[in-house]
Design a protein around this ligand. Structure first.
Ligand SMILES: *Cc1c(COP(=O)(O)O)cnc(C)c1O
Length: 370
């Protein structure tokens, strides 16, 4: 059995759109795509009058090197969000198939499923936000085509052990594609906790990576899917013809250059240090119930009165993420790690409230938190 047997048969059978850019090779004068023959003002040699390569060779090469996979095992698109959407559309028949997720987790998996009219089966994370492998396996029905796991998980921050990923991939073979979202993996203490090396061993394993977080390119929208070459080839059939704007590709290539990499690694190191600092400092504050251990560039923090803290920070011009709508996080805010200065502002704002005698709860602080 091939992993493609899990995909929608009509997608496997369809004839993909063949764009002018794909058909052009070896030419010198391009009169096949109705482009302008003249570059726009301010183009500066970029060549924006031409349609971009569907999968820019230099970028694919750089990303494949970074993630240590073969080029045919990588699809680059507009953020990992696009890869999530493509996976759902290629594998889930509307009204019949389903995805499986573990709340509280990243919202886009369910959003893409709902757009496709695929079912969403939820297996909650355990009380300590670790993955319940047995519960997941027990919940996988024949309708489930994709199982998403997020590691480190957004919004809680913990890592899924590699052994759990392997157990899931192995047990789900021929039943479902396991999609491991590693958007924050660069921030883990271990440094390289990626499971991308396992895609050679499990053809039903796919890994999502992004340049949006550790690589500081959220605005350029560059994400990758690493998977079996057959899965990548299938998704290329349904991807829009020219997904990646030239200026974004250019920005990514600079970020992935030698000095770009040094820069990114420096910032990741600062984030790790600051994460430890914030974890420690927040735990000491009155009104803070718990700081969840995190391997990502954010902390989920439980407060006695999260709504009041949210409003208080906002009044000081600091915007954090209110995650109280997520299961088991009814008292929590998610705070991204910023510059040392920005983090200091968060701490001094929260301390100010505590010292004003109100605590961050709006109630008297003295004796309340002993
Ligand atoms: C931020 C984030 C992404 C990144 O999405 P992009 O589309 O690549 O910007 C993916 N997964 C999770 C869990 C995230 O938090």
């Amino acid at each position: 059995m091939s992993v493609l047997d899990l995909a929608r048969p009509e997608i496997r059978a369809m004839q993909p759109y063949s764009s002018a850019r794909m058909e052009a090779s070896g030419g010198q004068v391009f009169l096949n795509a109705n482009e302008s023959a003249w570059a726009p003002v301010g183009d500066d040699g970029l060549g924006c009058n031409r349609y971009p390569e569907p999968q820019p060779a230099a970028l694919v090469e750089a990303l494949a090197t970074l993630y240590v996979v073969r080029r045919e095992q990588l699809l680059v698109g507009r953020g990992s969000d696009e890869a999530i959407d493509l996976l759902v559309r290629a594998f889930c028949r509307a009204g019949e198939d389903a995805i499986l997720i573990q709340p509280p987790t990243f919202g886009m998996y369910a959003v893409c499923a709902r757009i496709q009219n695929a079912g969403v089966i939820e297996v909650a994370l355990q009380a300590d936000f670790t993955l319940d492998v047995d519960a997941i396996l027990a919940a996988v029905t024949p309708a489930v085509k994709l199982v998403f796991i997020c590691t480190p998980n957004n919004p809680t921050g913990q890592l899924v052990p590699r052994a759990s990923v392997e157990q899931l991939a192995q047990t789900l073979a021929d039943r479902a594609l396991l999609v491991v979202d590693e958007a924050y993996v660069e921030f883990t203490d271990a440094g390289d906790a990626s499971v991308a090396d396992l895609i050679d061993r499990y053809d039903n394993l796919a890994v999502l990576r992004t340049l949006s977080k550790a690589w500081a390119l959220a605005g350029a929208r560059i994400g990758s899917l690493l998977a079996n070459a057959e899965v990548i080839a299938l998704l290329k059939r349904i991807m829009p013809p020219y997904p990646l704007p030239l200026p974004c590709v250019e920005a990514a290539l600079i970020a992935l250059s030698g000095w770009g990499q040094v820069n990114a690694r420096n910032h990741v190191a600062i984030v790790r240090n600051q994460r430890a600092r914030m974890q420690e400092a927040l735990r000491q504050l009155p009104g803070v119930r718990e700081v969840l251990p995190s391997q990502a560039n954010f902390l989920a923090v439980r407060f006695d009165d999260a709504a009041a803290v949210y409003r208080q920070l906002l009044a000081a011009g600091i915007v954090v993420r209110d995650v109280r709508r997520y299961p088991n996080l009814g008292d929590a805010l998610r705070i991204t790690i910023g510059t040392p200065d920005e983090n200091g502002r968060v701490l001094s704002e929260l301390k100010k409230a505590a010292m004003s005698g109100r605590g961050v709860t709006g109630k008297p602080a003295s004796g309340e938190y002993a």
